[in-house]
Design a protein around this ligand. Structure first.
Ligand code: PMP
Length: 288
């Protein structure tokens, strides 16, 4: 496997980052997870825009322009003969000293990995996930804007550990006001009386690229969709629920906190959305 690392393509075994890199020492950096479907990089421009926004928020200077980042991403796929898979694009603050100061990190590092991913076992895409609400709250926007896709995922990892301890593969995280924010690595949607609802980024949701595509798909298939504050009660009493993410794609949820969601199986609106999503991923992309 060839990894793009700061302008070069190197073997995976040689793709190394300094122990003084603040991405490692402090989680000071940003990333994108991007899908590749039959030679199409799904919504690459949107991913790179989000990366730029994350960089702006952290005052991190991206080492390449959007065009150059797109080219490096596509070239990494080509070098690995990959036509279907998952791309991880990471920008770290770079090498500094043992203090926090980002100003002492002269050059950010950029690496791109193009590989495969299977987030959930296949059976859950058919029968649906049973998830739980965990005690770990989503980081408050006052502490770290949840829209920043940073290398610091400890908040989500603590939630993921709680999910696992409760025997679930994914968990709902609430915001500090007790409203549903999102899951540890996915956005959440519910369907209630024919409308699709999802928490806003103000409520703590990452502005997911897959989430964005669901808004377009809902409009295409004629189902009303809106951002809405949601409580656990709303999810328990939803007719349907599903999660979205680049890794997860679109996956149904059939139980939350021991309560069956709707009929306890993937619902008709989910099926409609999924079918349209499957069509879109083949057409909405940048050819590598
Ligand atoms: N929320 C979190 C916390 C995530 O890490 C992700 C990405 N895995 C998502 C939502 C989904 O975002 P996207 O559709 O852009 O992958």
């Amino acid at each position: 496997m060839k990894i793009y690392l700061d302008g070069n393509f190197v073997d995976a075994a040689d793709a190394k980052i300094s122990v003084f890199d603040h991405g490692l020492l402090y989680g000071d950096g940003i990333f994108e997870g991007i899908r590749l479907y039959k030679g199409n990089v799904f919504r690459l421009d949107e991913h790179l825009e989000r990366l730029e926004y994350s960089a702006k928020a952290l005052m991190l200077k991206l080492p390449l322009s959007r065009k150059e980042l797109a080219e490096a991403t596509c070239e990494t796929c080509r070098r690995n003969n990959l036509t279907d898979g998952y791309i991880r694009l990471v920008v770290t603050r770079g090498v500094g000293d043992l203090g926090l100061s980002p100003w002492l990190c002269a050059t950010p590092s950029l690496f791109i990995i193009a590989d495969k991913i299977a987030l959930y076992p296949k059976e859950y895409y058919e029968k649906g996930l049973e998830i739980v609400t965990v005690a770990t709250r989503r980081m408050s926007p006052a502490a770290l804007p949840p829209a920043v896709k940073s290398l610091n995922y400890l908040n989500n990892i603590l939630a993921k550990i709680e999910a696992r301890q409760a025997g679930a593969l994914e968990a709902i995280m609430l915001n500090d006001q007790g409203y549903v924010a999102e899951c540890t690595g996915d956005n959440i949607f519910i369907v209630h009386k024919g409308r699709i609802l999802t928490p806003s980024s103000q409520a703590g949701a990452l502005r997911g690229i897959t989430r964005d595509s669901i808004f377009d798909i809902a409009r295409e298939v004629g189902v009303p969709i809106e951002e809405h504050d949601l409580t656990r009660y709303d999810v328990w009493n939803a007719d349907e629920a599903f999660l979205t993410g680049t890794g997860a794609e679109v996956i149904p949820v059939v139980k939350l906190d021991g309560r069956e969601v709707g009929a306890g199986r993937p619902g008709p609106i989910f099926e409609k959305i999924l079918a349209a999503f499957r069509r879109r991923v083949l057409t909405e992309g940048t050819r590598i």
